[in-house]
Design a protein around this ligand. Structure first.
Ligand SMILES: *Cc1c(COP(=O)(O)O)cnc(C)c1O
Length: 399
């Protein structure tokens, strides 16, 4: 039986900065430091050969890691959370719940690295993944069987910004396949805007490299669960393989999480204006904050905001390339979630590892431009885009 999710008590922005140790279960620091120190140590001395302390070896546990994990569990409405080396490590740890011969069902507009890992599992571990269009919940039904172990969702997807109905899919999966787990990659939304464990998912994971840390100075991943027995399995793999996040990175992650709300509020407000601006200029814009998004209402039901990643089409690959290269303020870079604004062409960059025919099958437009909006002054961002549109000739096309 899966436990009911532990819901957050205060508003999300407050929970992000409020360190709750009222139950006394948090890691203790001798000097009551306001910021949990970096316990940069591999081992911990024991009182005697028979009396073991709370920590003995940092692969198995470290106070700085415990501190950030407890805080993450709280903000993700999870029973337990784990900090690991990267977002891909988070997925790797989760996929180790799947045995050879079992199957995964996943979206068809997934993060490129996720595709790469799932393909590896298919060729090396006999774990097949069915890729389906998760925008229509019912499409999953024919793929569900007693072999299904994980149903892996991203919502919104990246870069097409398609929405999956987490509560409905979780309901279908749990009803038909009690042994299967619904897993959500919530990197794009962050726990501030969306908490999939409250929506029926069993496991949620994040690339901590993105919004949680927020400054592109750290690689990290987070796995969170609402069930103790799954938590034990996840912990076993982390300890067995040694992928727990190092103390300094845990400290950086904790520092980043505290400012998530102010960063996201600003980034999202900027993104809303930019999406409007692009749509007004005639581009086809993919953003769940626009009423024109086909799943605007569904997204609004599950989350408290549209986030700060959007994509748009110019209708011409060369034009898109000129536009991207004509910006100055927008760095040409993969990734998102940073305080700086980024621009990219997914088919040439983050999603280039997906073969061209598969990109075509998945209707991923080659001319697509992705914007990851930062915290700069929105007028500077708009002016820079406008100037790049003029220089590249995109403005003529749009009018
Ligand atoms: C970046 C990203 C990942 C991978 O995270 P890393 O920290 O780079 O390993 C997984 N999923 C999504 C949606 C991402 O954006």
């Amino acid at each position: 039986m899966v436990d009911a999710p532990v819901r957050i008590k205060y508003r999300p922005a407050t929970e992000l900065v409020y360190i709750d140790n009222s139950d006394g279960t948090g890691p203790k620091d001798n000097y009551n430091a306001a910021s949990m120190p970096i316990y940069q140590t591999a081992t911990f001395k024991q009182q005697s050969s028979t009396q073991m302390g709370e920590y003995d070896y940092s692969r198995s546990g470290n106070p700085t890691r415990s501190h950030v994990e407890k805080h993450l569990a709280k903000i993700m409405s999870a029973k337990r959370a784990f900090a690991v080396n990267s977002g891909m490590t988070a997925l790797d740890v989760i996929t180790r719940l799947v045995k050879a011969g079992e199957e995964i069902i996943a979206g068809n507009d997934l993060y490129g690295g996720t595709n790469r890992l799932l393909s590896f599992l298919a060729t090396h571990n006999n774990v097949k993944t069915h890729h389906i269009d998760t925008t229509n919940s019912e499409t999953i039904i024919p793929y569900l069987s007693e072999k299904t172990r994980l149903v892996l969702l991203e919502t919104p997807t990246n870069p097409l910004i398609k929405i999956a109905d987490i509560p409905r899919i979780a309901e279908i999966v749990h009803e038909r396949c009690p042994g299967a787990l619904v897993v959500v990659d919530n990197t794009m939304m962050s726990p501030y805007l969306q908490r999939p464990l409250e929506l029926g998912a069993d496991i949620v994971y994040h690339s901590g490299t993105k919004y949680l840390s927020g400054h592109h100075d750290l690689m990290a991943g987070v796995v969170a669960v609402k069930d103790d027995s799954i938590a034990e399995k996840i912990y076993f793999t982390i300890n067995a393989t040694g992928v727990g996040l190092g103390p300094f990175d845990c400290w950086l992650l904790m520092r980043g999480v505290k400012t998530l709300a102010v960063r996201m509020d600003r980034q999202q407000a900027n993104a809303i204006q930019i999406a409007d601006f692009l749509e007004t200029h005639g581009f086809k814009v993919h953003y769940p904050g626009l009423k024109s998004h086909p799943q605007y209402a569904l997204h609004a039901k599950m989350s408290s905001g549209p986030g700060a990643v959007l994509s748009f089409e110019t209708g011409d690959v060369e034009l898109s390339q000129r536009l991207v290269e004509a910006t100055r303020l927008w760095s040409i870079s993969v990734s998102f979630g940073c305080v700086n604004s980024l621009i990219s062409m997914p088919c040439r960059m983050s999603h280039a590892s997906i073969p061209a025919h598969v990109r075509a099958e998945r209707a991923l437009p080659e001319d697509l431009i992705r914007l990851c909006v930062g915290i700069e002054h929105v007028d500077d961002l708009l002016e820079d885009l406008y100037s790049a549109m003029t220089k590249s000739g995109a403005l003529k096309l749009a009018n």
